[in-house]
Design a protein around this ligand. Structure first.
Ligand code: MLT
Length: 202
């Protein structure tokens, strides 16, 4: 997959997954801001929809092509494993920060691979698919929603949080006075949440 890797010789790696129409460059400044010391692995989605990069196909806004979602979920997981192995990074210290479409595939990865991402910052996420919950033992997630997001309803955010909790994931909910776009204040909150990261210790 097309990607940017900033190997800062840190133990922990923050994977960055952009929103629809973005690319691997988009979230690098945010990643450096919220976790300046981590290695950054920023990946471009494999799917192109009307010229826009995405991580999986959809048939309409909010209606996902589940075959594509599942296939791309495994592809992304395997790609990250390959990069982490090749670079000699720590497989037990992977976090993810995904925005919108990128948050949705990050959640899908968590639905298939327990404790692969030990920490996840999900920005404006939805419930990507319905699947029997896999049990995580040591994952914490920050769900960052916008209270007037026209794309993701409050009900959808609540449903996702419930779903993550049935997977034994420790969830923190940040409900911003915002729409689908990120706001400056939330980045400070994300940085503070990541400062408490268990991945920082040995
Ligand atoms: C998606 O397609 O993943 C969601 O609708 C969010 C978006 O990318 O618009």
């Amino acid at each position: 997959m097309i990607h940017i890797l900033r190997n800062n010789n840190a133990r922990r790696t923050l994977v960055l997954l952009h929103g629809t129409g973005g690319d691997e460059h988009d979230l690098v400044p945010i990643g450096s801001m919220v976790d300046p010391e981590a290695n950054l692995l920023s990946v471009r989605g494999n799917i192109i929809e009307n010229g826009m990069n995405r991580f999986f196909k959809r048939t309409a806004p909010g209606v996902f092509d589940l075959d594509s979602l599942v296939e791309e979920t495994h592809t992304l997981h395997d790609f990250i494993v390959d990069v982490i192995s090749r670079e000699g990074l720590d497989h037990d210290k992977i976090a993810v920060l995904g925005y919108s479409n990128g948050a949705n595939i990050a959640t899908s990865v968590m639905m298939f691979y327990p404790d692969f991402f030990k920490e996840a910052v999900l920005l404006r996420p939805m419930v990507p698919l319905d699947r029997d919950p896999v049990r995580h033992e040591e994952t914490r997630v920050l769900v960052s929603s916008g209270n007037h997001d026209p794309i993701v309803s409050r009900e959808e955010t609540s449903a996702l949080i419930r779903k993550l909790e049935t997977m034994n994931i420790q969830v923190t909910h940040l409900d911003n006075d915002a729409g689908h776009q990120l706001v400056k204040r939330e980045l400070d909150d994300i940085r503070n949440w990541l400062r408490e990261s268990r991945l920082r210790s040995n």
